[in-house]
Ligand binder design. Sequence first.
Ligand code: SF4
Ligand code: SF4
Length: 437
Amino acid sequence: MLFQRYGKFTGGIDVPEEKDSTVDKPISIPEATDSLRIPLMPCQTLPSQPTVTVGARIEPHQRIAAAMKDGIDIFAPLGGTVKSIDEKTIELADLTQPKGIPESSIETSWSDLDSVQLYQRLAESHLPTFGARGETMMGWINRAKKSQANTLIINAVECQPYVTADHRLLAEFGSEVITGSAILGKTIGVSKIIVAVDETHTDDYTELLETNAQYDIQCIALPRKYPIGADNILAYVLTRHEVPCGQDPESIGIAMAGPAECFSVYRWVVCGQRLGGRVVTISGMHAERPGNYFVPYGTDIHELMAPAEEPFIIGSPMIGRLCPEGSVVKPSTDAVVAIDPTIVGVPSQCIRCGWCHDHCPARLNVAVLNDHYELSDIAQAEHLGVLSCVECGVCSYICPARLPLAERTRKLKRAIKRRQTSMPLFTPAPKPPESDR
Ligand code: SF4
Ligand code: SF4
């Protein structure tokens, strides 16, 4: 048996996988768009400053904005003409056609570089990370080094329904992902690397396993139980060490990355390529062309999904958010799902069924947290451990009263982190007029 198998946690739920329409679709090129609105703030940093002017002709991968403070330089994903510039975006029109993921070509023997040289090489990369946290690659590396992480976990479990972007990277570029994880591990100086995947897809990972034999990397296949891929849950499942309330896996010596980070690091360090887009899964019952696409940053999501009609969710329906008009593909956009508008329910009163508590993987009393949310009692919510919430969305999914519990716990966490002692979080719906009662 090539993959080791183990791992359990309390709580959680079986959610329908909903991946049949995309799981076997190779990464392909989306239909050409008319223009790109390239974000000047792809990570949670200060916006980069444009270095081009309106009307300028831009080559593919040309630098178009310079980093401010700890941010990153921005490079054009495709060639084009600068149509407009505002505080948040640079718009390119008259685009060259997207060509998808470039051919891999080895330019540098990374194993000849020591950790300092790899660090310097990555500092020149101006790469983003690809998670919701919105870090730059160097921000992530510096955080991992500062915490003196001794283990690197590559979280490729992808337990979110509909999403298959990481799976396709592992299936089609498994060797590059594994080598990228070895490069990251050497850069931050860990003694152990674990690649965790969903056990139902291991037959597709032959290339990954062949490369893995060259390195001392553990590959672990985990059973599907949502949300096993939440970073704090995965860290516990793999190491049996619990992440303290309100902390990240770094607090127990674990650095977490994903296949997209490993792949982009490999392409930069080994091939000298800075990828100008990411793999996005397009799915959902109303999606016209479900599949996995390598989409240039700045592509308009509504144009990408056309002719499907709203509503769209960015990410999986378990934790994603509704896609407003004008949204574009960024490093954190792993999926866009065209959902059925009728599934958005109207919240009613909590009936104290206890299901949210039974299934919460962080063992939180979510109904009581919801009471504190409605009372705007942030101190009590903190006392009850709301910072342990892994923002998986199980509570909202399972609640028969259709209360947006995960959204509320997320708002409570944000309020605590901003050190707010009180704020009006909840406004009760106005009572209907007498005549309607
Ligand atoms: S409270 Fe947080 S961790 Fe618990 S089920 Fe809800 S979203 Fe998940
Ligand atoms: S699942 Fe919903 S209705 Fe049931 S206890 Fe929790 S909040 Fe109340």
